[in-house]
Write a protein that binds this ligand. Structure first.
Ligand code: ANZ
Ligand code: ZN
Length: 935
């Protein structure tokens, strides 16, 4: 403990024990609809890093805030416990993934406890336990029954040396080598399971519009990922030519001479460019391309050796075929090209180099003509004709006006698309998605076994519900998939015919686990179903979800998908799982993301040891808005620690001198009469509550904390400036500060709240259970209410602004007039009629404002003064805004007078206009008192 410190270790341990002992964070099953606050559960890697600490401090602070507001709160935690790293670690250390995982969970749980996170640990879930993954298998069965799970061929990474499938993470570098033996990895087709998320594609995109509590960036990422496009499918007729390879005539005269390949549809979003189609292209694994490869050497060579769909450059080979454009009748050459993707659209496209960037690149490389058919919209005012754009260097990709397009010339792109689609035989509107079905098969051990048995007679058969869970066998350390080597486990009998059969050795993608875990917390011990439907209907959706932006696409999309399926099949009453989403920013060190690989991590454990969890939490929450990245700063941590130390001293010193009165009952208005300074402090307390509450609602903790620290400063100056501070105001101030900080620094505030209530915190460490119970129950975490303000935020801010502006005006005058040593300062608040006039002016729609003002007898009575103020108002009409009323301004300035007094070391008098000299009073305006300084 340094000079400036406090015994944070003892305090934090004391309260953690007390919370545990009293189950302070339990959410009983019978609460009606708790506020559900959830942080993305961690992968148990062994250590909490700063990213975790930030994520979980955000949820913890918000959960505590909601609890103080009087909500029931559900704030659970669990473990995303399956995954490849555990399997690798087990192999390296010659242990098994289960032991390794549970060791990691133990350490991380201890660390979470030391951070003071208030979880309901009775609801803890661990996805690698059969009690959890049984329900993944159950889910798989349900999907299958609904026709939403399907087995198909798909490509995997295969190492021929290790004879095993590799995860993408196990394929290294540009050359794509096996991580273990450095052999070049091959692609292999394997039968795999898919969940048909594409059937929900439309609902998944449309629903994004309603996710108003999500960041726009995440919503856009989801839209892009789903990638819905509206377009047209155009039928092209493909025929062989008699010409020699590569000699097909571009004008298409020879079209139709040879072998007939029938019609191939091309999906396009730009049917308006169809007159500019100068080539046609097939994906390398398009059936026609594969057929050609049998006889055409060049096509064979391209498909099997040259095609590089991932490369930046488009590559292709020209075939002997031609395609007939269904709109123009023109014949164009057919290519096989690697930028045509087999699983997008129809696996074939019309190439329009003049208007598509990639087609332009390809055409330039392959010497294909480039023919512009869309012109930029000509400038209307000049009545100019549309001019075809220059496309020699690059494509013109905007919509525009059609040119060189026969009867369609002159139409705008949008209209042309509709007309061409309608006019062309066999053309139809089509919707196309980027989203693919969700491949869930993984050839690894540490995951949920896919509950399928392979029988020679019956094919793949689902394991019956009664036989679930299919449990993982003991881990075997082999180069390949340990499940393949687990012979005894693998051999079973067919559930349908009883013949010998083998188990599926693939396990599920761990995104399956996380696609519904938020439902499991609701009834974590249920043995008949994955979740209690009725309670889930009451408790879902998650009100506030917090996690890293790296999960903005997959995890969130899969969770949305599974929720929708459960709504359709199980009667879940919610179709979206997360109402509000916060994607937290990164913790950086010197501008770079903290990460193990960069070697720039700061250990949360060390920070907790040196400064305490409260300091770590407060520093993080005040450093930046939760969505923003911020830089770790040891100096920032130290200064946070000093702040907490000083707060502790302030509370302890004052606690002695304070009355035992209930701070909420304190009559602060009455004391404001006697002590004007106390009035100011009381105003500031209310203002702080008003602002901080709104900021907590928005999870902008940094602003809430800045406010609260400002109030601590005010309270400290107050005790320093005044000999006998009003005990009621001071006590209320301290009690408010403690409660406003409690969500972020729960341990110290609990301690100080006890001090303030004259409870000896040490008593919670004593043996008597009854004591702990009663102390905790009256404490800030369990017992206290969030403070309420006597003022709304807008009024509070106007009051502050008035005081600030007035001080600034005094400074200006003293400066400009060169006053060395002011004798007295008089602040004159405008007369009431000016406030009335201002209010009328703001509401008025009359051209003649003066006339409207003069219609009011008590304003007209003011004569010239009214006319002249009326003219001022008329001149500023657009910019007028309502101030506080005269008496409110008077009160605010009177209570703030001591600030001015202290700053300029002169007595201050605040008066209303009628009590001041006329020449001064005349200058006073609402929001801008007149100032008179005596030298
Ligand atoms: C003609 C055309 C003209 C196109 C034009 C675009 C611009 P984007 O690019 O996101 O708008 N396409 C169709 N099937 C494809 C496949 N299997 N693999 C790769 N690309 C394919 O996506 C739509 C466009 O992608 C389609 O519209 C098509 O090119 C291309 F000035 O057709 B377009
Ligand atoms: Zn069978």
């Amino acid at each position: 403990m340094s000079d400036e410190g406090y015994d944070h270790a003892a305090i934090e341990r004391r309260w953690q024990d007390a919370w545990d002992e009293t189950d302070a964070y339990r959410t009983p099953d019978d609460v009606e609809d708790p506020t559900y606050v959830l942080g993305m559960y961690p992968y148990p890697s062994g250590k909490l890093h700063m990213g975790h600490v930030r994520n979980y401090t955000i949820t913890d602070a918000y959960a505590r805030y909601r609890r103080l507001r009087g909500d029931d709160v559900l704030h659970p935690m669990g473990w995303d416990a399956f995954g490849l790293p555990a399997e690798n670690a087990a192999k390296e250390r010659d242990t098994n993934p289960r032991d390794w995982t549970f060791d990691c969970i133990d350490t991380m749980k201890t660390q979470m406890r030391s951070m003071g996170f208030g979880y309901d640990w009775e609801r803890e879930i661990t996805t690698c336990t059969p009690e959890y993954y049984e329900w993944n298998q159950w889910l798989f069965r349900r999907f299958h029954e609904e026709g939403l799970a399907e087995r198909r061929d798909a490509e995997v990474n295969w190492c021929p040396e290790c004879e095993t499938v590799l995860a993408d993470e196990q394929v290294e570098g540009e050359e794509e080598l096996c991580w273990r033996c450095d052999t070049p990895v091959e692609q292999r087709e394997l039968e795999q399971w898919f969940l048909k998320i594409t059937e929900y594609a439309d609902e998944l995109v449309d629903g994004i519009d309603d996710l108003e509590g999500w960041p726009d960036s995440v919503r856009q990422m989801q839209r892009n990922w789903i990638g819905r496009q509206y377009g047209t499918r155009l039928p092209f007729t493909i025929t062989g030519t008699e010409g020699e390879s590569g000699e097909a005539d571009e004008t298409g005269d020879e079209a139709g001479d040879g072998h007939d390949y029938g019609t191939v549809e091309a999906f396009t979003t730009r049917a308006d460019t169809v007159f500019g189609a100068t080539f046609f292209a097939l994906a390398p694994d398009h059936p026609i391309a594969e057929e050609l490869a049998e006889t055409d050497e060049a096509v064979h060579e391209f498909i099997h050796h040259e095609a590089d769909p991932e490369g930046d450059e488009p590559n292709g080979v020209r075939t002997d075929l031609v395609a007939t454009n269904p709109v123009t009748g023109e014949a164009i050459p057919v290519f096989v090209a690697d930028f045509v993707l087999s699983d997008v659209g129809t696996g074939a496209l019309m190439g329009v180099p003049a208007h598509d960037d990639r087609d332009h690149l390809f055409a330039s490389k392959m010497d294909i003509p480039i023919k512009p058919v869309i012109a930029p919209e000509p400038d209307d005012s000049e009545g100019a004709e549309p001019e075809p754009p220059d496309v020699s260097e690059g494509a013109f990709t905007d919509d525009g006006v059609l040119v060189n397009s026969g009867e369609y010339s002159g139409l705008d792109s949008e209209t042309a698309r509709e007309r061409i689609t309608a006019d062309t035989d066999g053309a139809e509107e089509a919707t196309q998605y980027r989203l693919r079905d969700w491949g869930i098969s993984r050839q690894r051990y540490w995951g949920t076994p896919i509950p399928v048995v392979h029988c020679e007679e019956c094919g793949p058969v689902l394991v019956p519900e009664a036989d679930l869970p299919v449990e993982l066998p003991e881990f075997i350390n082999t180069t390949g998939n340990p499940l393949d080597a687990a012979d005894e486990w693998k051999e079973t009998t067919c559930p349908e015919c009883g013949a010998p059969a083998t188990r599926e050795t693939d396990t599920m993608d761990t995104f399956v686990d996380s696609s519904w875990y938020f439902l499991r917390y609701i009834s974590p011990d249920l043995t008949e179903a994955p979740f209690d439907l009725e309670r889930a209907n009451d408790w879902m959706p998650v009100d506030q979800y917090v996690g890293g932006i790296e999960h903005a696409v997959m995890h969130l999309l899969y969770s949305r998908f599974v929720t929708k399926v459960l709504a359709d099949t199980e009667g879940l009453a919610h179709r979206e799982p997360f109402t509000n989403l916060l994607a937290q920013g990164m913790v950086q060190l010197e501008g770079e993301k903290m990460s193990k690989s960069k070697g720039n991590v700061v250990s949360p454990q060390r920070i907790v040891e040196e400064y305490g969890a409260d300091t770590a939490r407060l520093f993080m929450m005040q450093a930046a808005q939760p969505e923003r990245d911020f830089d770790w700063s040891e100096e920032g941590v130290r200064s946070t620690y000093r702040f907490l130390t000083r707060l502790k001293t302030l509370v302890e010193e004052d606690a002695d001198s304070l009355t035992q009165a209930d701070p909420e009952e304190a009559d602060t208005d009455a004391s404001a009469e006697e002590y004007p300074i106390a009035g100011y402090v009381a105003d500031e307390i209310d203002a702080t509550i008003a602002v901080a509450t709104e900021e907590y609602d928005d999870l902008t903790f940094n602003t809430a904390l800045r406010e609260t620290q400002g109030l601590v400063g005010t309270l400290r100056s107050y005790t320093e400036y005044v000999d006998d501070p009003d005990p009621a105001v001071l006590e209320r101030g301290l009690s408010v500060v403690i409660r406003l900080l409690a969500p972020v620094t729960p341990h110290l505030t609990e301690e100080l709240y006890a001090t303030l209530r004259d409870v000896d915190p040490e008593a919670v460490a004593a043996d008597s259970d009854a004591d702990v119970e009663s102390i905790v129950e009256a404490g800030v975490v369990v017992g206290a209410d969030w403070p309420t303000a006597d003022v709304d935020r807008e009024t509070a801010e106007k009051r502050r602004q008035l005081v600030e502006n007035t001080r600034e005006d005094v400074r200006q005058i003293i400066d400009v007039a060169g006053i060395e040593d002011p004798e007295a300062i008089e602040v004159v608040v405008a007369p009431d009629w000016k406030y009335d006039a201002l209010s009328i002016a703001i509401d008025s729609e009359a051209d003649n404002l003066i006339g409207e003002l003069m219609a009011e007898p008590h304003i007209r009575e003011q004569g010239d003064a009214a006319a002249s103020y009326g003219q001022d108002l008329q001149a500023d009409r657009e910019a007028l805004s309502m101030t506080l009323r005269g008496d409110a301004e008077f009160d605010a300035l009177r209570s703030a007078a001591w600030l001015i007094e202290r700053e300029f070391d002169a007595p201050v008098r605040v008066v209303r206009a009628q009590d001041a000299a006329d020449d001064v009073a005349r200058q006073a305006e609402p929001g801008r008192p007149a100032i008179n300084i005596e030298e």
